[in-house]
Design a protein around this ligand. Structure first.
Ligand SMILES: *Cc1c(COP(=O)(O)O)cnc(C)c1O
Length: 382
């Protein structure tokens, strides 16, 4: 018998938070698992398989070309490496021998408002990040001024939650392409809507990166680089199975076939029905939680990472004496752990997106009970 989570003493989690890597990303549907199992039964030429899967993925996502990586982070890594070298084998050789700083273009432009924890892959690639704008706003001239001959690419992080302080993607593409600088879009968590799989490339982005282990429900260690034939061909030169800088981010035959199955399934999915279920559950929660003393549940149309999926914000008055951290700890005290997100000091986000109908019920009961217990405990102390 092989070990299970329980054998190892690792607790199961009900994920009312988001498709976070730290919680296991997402759950693969049966056909994805079957595609991975079937892939594991035979050796293949990995160059041939990567090319065939990529061609199919490009077609499905209405892009010229595609490349599968072991995550969106890995996708950003090979995109950045590709932007530095293009298909120039002299530059490629120089990079492998001496690192990015030996290349003429080894800097990458980002909006300050787009700085995210994932952007350290650019530093890993040996690049220097050049920031434009500030936390509040960015001017077009700041991008124009930044684009000197040392710039390999501009990175744009997609998402309604990051848009206000940054230039639009249209503006970025216009200015960057005016200087023949490619644009890389990090759209890792920007699904749904399904149009996003082709929208950013239609807007002129050269490379767009999605996570395979989030909304797409592919293998947790998979990611998708989409873009023009030209730009994707730069990335391929760096990625496994080549033994170059992208090699530590290799993807296996199982992930390749699993991600392809996941994208096929996801594109066929009834996205309106999925959204309707999430809306209904969220509305039912809001109604139920308004009966809790002091609780202020609200229906929020915008989900995690600025996506158009609703979730509930459950707030309570500070006078009740307990914080969101204590609430999260209380929900983690039992098995299965119920994971929610903090929404400030006295509120939490609860999302129905990743829950089964039974789990929706369990989450409601556990949050209800934790709230009531905390309110009683702190009520007695005050
Ligand atoms: C999740 C995420 C990533 C990393 O994606 P992985 O597939 O887990 O590597 C990168 N950028 C953003 C904005 C993300 O949300």
């Amino acid at each position: 018998m092989t070990a299970t989570y329980t054998d190892l003493g690792v607790r199961r989690v009900i994920n009312a938070n988001a498709t976070l890597t730290a919680l296991g990303g997402s759950l693969m549907p049966q056909p994805v698992l079957e595609a991975m199992r079937a892939a594991s039964t035979s050796f293949v030429d990995m160059f041939e398989l990567q090319r065939a899967v990529s061609a199919r993925l490009a077609q499905l996502t209405r892009n010229e070309a595609a490349l599968v990586t072991c995550g969106a982070s890995a996708g950003l890594l090979v995109a950045a490496l590709g932007a530095m070298t293009g298909r120039d084998h002299l530059l490629l050789g120089r990079l492998l021998e001496h690192g990015a700083r030996a290349l003429p273009r080894h800097r990458i432009v980002m909006h300050r408002a787009h700085r995210i924890p994932y952007d350290n892959v650019f530093t890993l690639a040996g690049m220097q990040i050049v920031e434009i704008g500030n936390a509040i706003q960015t001017h077009r001239w700041e991008l124009e001024a930044a684009l000197d001959d040392s710039i390999a690419a501009v990175v744009h992080v997609a998402g309604a939650h990051l848009a206000n302080a940054a230039l639009t993607l249209d503006e970025v593409v216009q200015v960057a392409h005016g200087r023949a600088v490619p644009v890389i879009v990090d759209a890792a968590a920007q699904l749904p809507p399904r149009e996003n799989l082709w929208r950013f490339t239609e807007q002129g982005a050269d490379l767009v990166v999605f996570s395979g282990g989030k909304e797409l429900r592919g293998p947790q260690a998979s990611g998708l680089v989409l873009g023009s034939q030209e730009a994707v061909s730069w990335c391929e030169l760096h990625a496994a199975p080549h033994q170059r800088f992208g090699r530590p981010a290799k993807v296996g035959k199982e992930e390749l076939m699993g991600l392809l199955a996941a994208v096929e399934l996801w594109l066929e999915q009834d996205h309106e029905a999925v959204a309707a279920r999430i809306e209904q559950t969220t509305m039912a929660w809001v109604k139920a939680f308004s009966e809790l003393p002091g609780a202020v549940p609200t229906y929020e149309p915008c989900g995690e990472a600025g996506r158009p999926l609703p979730r509930m914000r459950l707030a309570w008055p500070a006078q009740l004496g307990f914080t969101s951290t204590q609430m999260i700890e209380a929900l983690a005290a039992d098995e299965p752990v119920v994971e929610v997100a903090a929404a400030g000091t006295h509120a939490i986000w609860i999302s129905a997106e990743l829950l089964t109908p039974e789990e929706e019920q369990i989450v409601a009961e556990r949050v209800y009970a934790a709230y009531a217990a905390l309110a009683r405990r702190f009520g007695r102390n005050s």
